[in-house]
Design a protein around this ligand. Structure first.
Ligand code: IPD
Ligand code: CA
Ligand code: CA
Length: 279
């Protein structure tokens, strides 16, 4: 762990490994983001460049994770499945969440890494997760049964425990969501949901990174988040972080949220009122 300042000695071994991999990949992402900001004026735009940045981030993450945990399996957005000799552990990786923001020079994107584990033949469960925002140097992370935390890096606040937002009145609450776009289904349904929420709440944000939406909800910045049709790498780490912060995390359409990708996250008090409007 040579030239990255080690501020992680208090973390569990697996969380150290995961955070190190995320920070390492984030250096390339930050450098590439600087380039992208200059490429905005080109007619073709920086799409190919960003796709390379995305893949490079994924390679760096996987290389660093597997150096410390050789044999673990991997599911990563760009490269898909790698079946390791240890099928009871699997990393789930989104090397760049918020690609459209990155592509347009908007500084709001993240790396998301989760680890799931199968114990005694039971279905796999999430045991560790992190969402790292390289721009703000905010590291949101959680381990099963140990709570969720935010390390705000250079701002020097150390690890701060995340607790659910306390707002109980819908009209006072701020929500985040994801709007379906070209090539995605559910446009008419989404407009109905938005109509139900926007007129009765303090507002709705669409910031463009589902991972950060989940992290920010866990940090109490948003009072709730909903979105349909997400992939497991968009939400795996965020689901654990939100649960460990004490929030209710469910599938909008029943079943396992990691399988449906239709997610709703709020505190207990806002769950029914939000579900009535977007469920
Ligand atoms: C996307 C972001 C976005 C969500 C999309 C995702 P990507 O992930 O999380 O907020 O609305 O559905 O695909 O493509 O930037 O990794
Ligand atoms: Ca994503
Ligand atoms: Ca991605």
């Amino acid at each position: 762990m040579s030239n990255i300042t080690d501020t992680t000695s208090h973390l569990s071994p697996i969380m150290r490994v995961m955070q190190f991999a995320a920070r390492k990949a984030s250096r390339n992402l930050l450098r590439d983001f600087g380039e992208v900001e200059h490429l905005q004026v080109a007619r073709k735009g920086p799409a190919d460049f960003v796709s390379k940045a995305d893949k490079k981030s994924e390679e760096t993450i996987i290389e660093n994770l597997l150096r410390d945990r050789p044999g673990y399996s991997v599911l990563a957005e760009e490269g898909g499945e790698i079946t390791g000799s240890d099928k009871t552990h699997r990393f789930i990786i989104d090397p760049l969440d918020g690609t459209t923001n990155f592509l347009h020079g908007i500084p709001h994107f993240a790396i998301s890494i989760a680890l799931e584990r199968e114990i005694d033949g039971n279905p796999k469960e999430l045991v560790a997760g992190l969402i790292y925002n390289p721009i703000t140097d905010e590291m949101f992370f959680a381990e099963k049964g140990k709570g969720a935390f935010l390390n705000d890096g250079t701002r020097g606040g150390g690890d701060r425990r995340l607790r659910p937002g306390k707002r109980e009145i819908f009209a006072d609450s701020l929500f985040a969501t994801g709007i379906p776009f070209l090539g995605r289904p559910g446009h008419a349904k989404f407009l109905k949901e938005l109509h139900q929420v926007m007129g009765h709440s303090s507002g709705v944000r669409r910031m463009g990174s589902a991972a950060l939406d989940l992290a920010w909800t866990a940090a109490g910045r948003y009072d709730g988040f909903w979105e349909r049709g997400l992939a497991v790498w968009d939400i795996a780490a965020g689901v654990l972080i939100a649960q460990e912060a004490g929030l209710k995390v469910e599938s909008l359409t029943g079943g396992d949220v990691l399988e449906t990708g239709d997610i709703i996250v709020t505190n207990e008090a806002l769950y029914e009122p939000l579900m009535e409007r977007v469920g």
